[in-house]
Design a protein around this ligand. Structure first.
Ligand SMILES: Nc1ncnc2c1ncn2[C@@H]1O[C@H](COP(=O)(O)OP(=O)(O)OP(=O)(O)O)[C@@H](O)[C@H]1O
Ligand SMILES: [Mg+2]
Length: 238
């Protein structure tokens, strides 16, 4: 059955003493969905992701994950073990003394034995191209390296769904291409928030737009096209 994995109904949220960041937002993601979400800075995208992960609580509205109402912290704790959430800011994701500790944290939290968790972590670091980084100190890594370690923490959990907030920030073109290949190789539901239309076109198949705390009805189809400029004769894609 293709029931919704994420079901947000009529969510309203305001940070203290601020106008509403989310205004009656409704959003669904189903098992087969690979959704891209974009929208202006400050539109409320990250706030929505924090609500669906149970990190902040909306003043109004309902969050359902995997068909269950998220009535309390325990419900969110269980759901979080099944969702691969990449924070917009890697420093929010990485808090252990070493890279290996950070990447084994998720699998251990899921109940895996230490050896299995270590295997998962080693594999995940290889996938993101950071084999050999195991003993490095996360907060001393470069911005792009932190992003890749954060991504490894997510992949090591073998989640059922990916929720990625700006996964390409700080990545050099080669790392971005590798991330595209990794995501293309994973046939799992996903929600990708990004300001990078090429990345969304390569990794998602439907696009939603958020503006002023609401996701607009209707959707766009991400695509690339080939063209040539008057000044040059080399066809290229955007
Ligand atoms: N902790 C906070 N306290 C007060 N206001 C906040 C807080 N976090 C976010 N905001 C405000 O809430 C609004 C929505 O922010 P949010 O981070 O969700 O936007 P966004 O769509 O993710 O933007 P970006 O594309 O820049 O990441 C913005 O106006 C932002 O300034
Ligand atoms: Mg954001």
């Amino acid at each position: 059955m293709n029931h919704a994995i994420i079901d947000l109904k009529d969510i309203t949220y305001a940070f203290p003493n601020r106008e509403n960041a989310l205004n009656g937002l409704t959003f669904h993601l189903h098992h087969d969905d690979k959704l891209g979400l974009f929208g202006p800075n400050g539109a409320g995208k990250t706030t929505m992701l924090h609500i669906l992960m149970g990190l902040i609580k909306p003043q109004k509205g309902k969050v359902e994950l995997f068909g269950k109402t998220m009535a309390d912290g325990k419900a969110f704790d269980e759901a979080r073990l099944r969702i691969g959430f990449l924070f917009q800011h890697s420093d929010d994701q990485l808090f252990c003394p070493t890279v290996l500790d950070d990447v084994t944290f998720g699998p251990l939290n899921q109940g895996l034995a230490r050896d299995d968790a270590l295997n998962r972590a080693t594999q995940a670091l290889e996938i993101v191209g950071l084999a050999g980084f195991e003993d490095r100190v996360p907060y001393r890594l470069s911005g792009g390296e932190k992003k890749l370690v954060a991504l490894a923490t997510v992949l090591a959990m073998k989640p059922e769904i990916l929720v990625l907030d700006e996964p390409t920030t700080g990545l050099a073109p080669e790392a971005k291409d590798r991330l595209i290949e990794i995501l293309k190789g994973l046939d799992m539901a996903r929600l990708v928030v990004s300001h990078d239309p090429d990345f969304l076109a390569a990794t998602t198949d439907r696009l939603l737009v958020m503006r002023d705390g609401c996701i607009r009805p209707g959707e766009l189809k991400p695509h690339t096209h080939t063209h040539i400029h008057e000044e040059g004769d080399i066809p290229h894609q955007h």
